[in-house]
Design a protein around this ligand. Structure first.
Ligand code: UN1
Length: 512
């Protein structure tokens, strides 16, 4: 074991305690947590029994009934205080994200910044839960819509954004008047415990300053798939927001549909970029490198397919290959590292399988091998893989959660638009071009079919202000900015008659 590995494990308990997590909750439990940085065990977290989880959901339902009566701007104050806790503890929580997930330092901090941003957004939103007033066809009538709290919001999050995804959902849900129950990934319970401890601090301050908040407003339930299923099946949970694989969505979606609950699904992506003849190649190189190799290829929005125009292929691809050869891979806590480890052996094995399939499909593979083995037997670092493919086939059609970029040539713009959309997933997309017509066509009805479409920016690294999510097998949900909040509320259309007669709509006569 290297010196680094000793310090990673040694650092975790103090860090958790500094964030307000009781030692008892992360020692002596059955859910073991390894740091992908060294592969060592860093905690053994207590899991919740089904009975405890169910009681938390029931309690959250009771909490909802009280919280929905608290005026929305007051609910916003709780999010303002959460934002303050996150600002105060940004370094520690960002560090913990790095230790538990293996993100490089700036990305661990960036994840916490994303949480702060959505808290700020939610504070503003708490005074802007607007409904329309609608012209009515009847005299002396008024028609309007009002937005009401919905109920318990279930949040199921993935390992790769272990805390930001909770905050995109929870910050909106709380200002909308809902309570929340969170089931984090089994791979990342520590950052969830820490985040929830910060929420508790914010709640305590909220109450100390005169705010009213019910017990059980927010719950964290830790365990495996069966704990998540309790949320999905519970009749008092009208909305579940789930982030993860398409396979998970296929299991969760129909169950929610069967009981007419709402689903916000953020599932697999297979994000592409088109590099057109007029692209600024320096900017493009940086955009592609971050989007494809950043977070070790473990973002839903990671760039996985690259279509390069024939006329620039030989100028651009060799430069990209060089960047792949030289990108610093290693301990994510070390300054200068850009690519940290994969989350675990499962991710490494899936990557190797995809590369074998790519070769079988005629692809030429550069990189992809395991590196930095000295970090630990259970730490999986890889050199990001660049795979030149003759066509979009085999593993190119699937999402492999690892740094593999499939590179293909194109010559015709309309044909590449078709290829771009010809995959089952539809999360994020980009075009690099200085041709206005191509850029606008890409964003138009005949262009990218994804929930996110960018120009001269890679597909990853979205800000919270926009609605985040995608189409097709990505699941169709939207969270975070714009009007995503509407999914967390129920809309009522109200018609008020302030006259003395009773005119009926559509001219219907019914005089008794
Ligand atoms: C995810 O990978 O689950 O756009 C979400 C991005 C981040 C969110 C990624 N803001 O890359």
């Amino acid at each position: 074991m290297s010196n680094t590995s000793v310090s990673v494990a040694a650092e975790v308990p103090a860090l958790l305690e500094s964030l307000g997590v009781a030692r008892d909750s992360f020692t002596g439990g059955t859910l073991t947590v390894r740091s992908p940085i060294t592969g060592e065990l860093i905690a053994a977290v207590k899991e919740d029994t089904a009975a405890v989880a169910k009681a938390a959901i029931d309690k959250a339902h009771e909490a909802f009934k009280a919280w929905r009566l608290v005026p929305a701007p007051k609910r916003g104050e709780l999010m303002r205080l959460l934002g303050e806790e996150l600002r105060t503890h940004k370094q520690a929580l960002g560090r913990l994200v790095s230790l538990e997930v293996g993100k490089i330092t700036s990305e661990g901090l960036g994840e916490v910044q994303e949480m702060i941003d959505i808290c700020d957004f939610a504070v503003g939103l708490s005074r802007q839960l607007y409904g329309l007033t609608i012209a009515t066809e009847r005299s002396e009538h008024r028609m309007m819509e009002t937005w009401h709290p919905l109920g318990v919001t279930g949040i199921i999050s993935a390992f790769n954004f272990p805390v930001a995804v909770w905050s995109w959902n929870a910050a909106l849900a709380f200002v909308c008047g809902n309570s929340c129950v969170w089931k984090p990934s089994e791979k990342t319970p520590l950052t969830a415990l820490a985040t929830h401890a910060l929420f508790d601090k914010a709640l305590a301050r909220f109450k100390a300053e005169g705010g009213t908040a019910p017990e059980g407003l927010s719950a964290l339930i830790i365990g495996g798939r069966e704990i998540g299923e309790l949320l999905v099946d519970h009749p008092k949970v009208p909305l579940v927001s789930a982030t993860g694989s398409t396979a998970m969505g296929r299991a969760v979606g129909p169950k929610l549909a069967a009981r007419f609950a709402r689903a916000i699904l953020e599932l697999g992506g297979n994000n592409a970029a088109i590099i057109a003849p007029t692209a600024d190649l320096d900017l493009t190189l940086r955009g592609v490198a971050f989007a494809a190799m950043g977070t070790a290829g473990q973002r839903c929005t990671t760039l996985r397919r690259l279509f390069v125009h024939d006329s620039i292929y030989d100028a651009f691809v060799p430069r990209l290959k060089k960047a792949y050869e030289s990108v610093p891979v290693g301990n994510p806590l070390t300054q200068g590292t850009l690519v940290g480890p994969l989350i675990d052996k499962g991710a490494f094995d899936a990557m190797q399988r995809a590369l074998t399939e790519a070769k079988a499909a005629g692809g030429t593979v550069q990189g992809g091998e395991r590196v930095n083995e000295a970090a630990g037997a259970d730490a999986y670092y890889v050199r990001p893989a660049l795979v030149e493919m003759g066509s979009q086939t085999g593993p190119v059609l699937h999402e492999t959660f690892a740094p593999i970029l499939y590179v293909m040539r194109y010559s015709d713009f309309d044909a590449v638009l078709d290829l771009h959309n010809d995959v089952p997933q539809g999360l994020s997309s980009s075009i690099f071009t200085n041709d206005l017509r191509e850029a606008e066509a890409f964003l138009s009805a005949r262009g990218s079919d994804c929930g996110i479409a960018n120009v001269n920016i890679g597909p990853s690294g979205a800000e919270i202000g926009g609605a985040f999510g995608g189409e097709k097998e990505t699941g169709g949900g939207r969270e975070s900015g714009s009007d995503s909040w509407k999914a967390y509320m129920r809309r009522a259309t109200n018609t008020v008659n302030y006259g003395r007669t009773l005119p009926l709509a559509q001219g219907v006569k019914f005089d008794v």
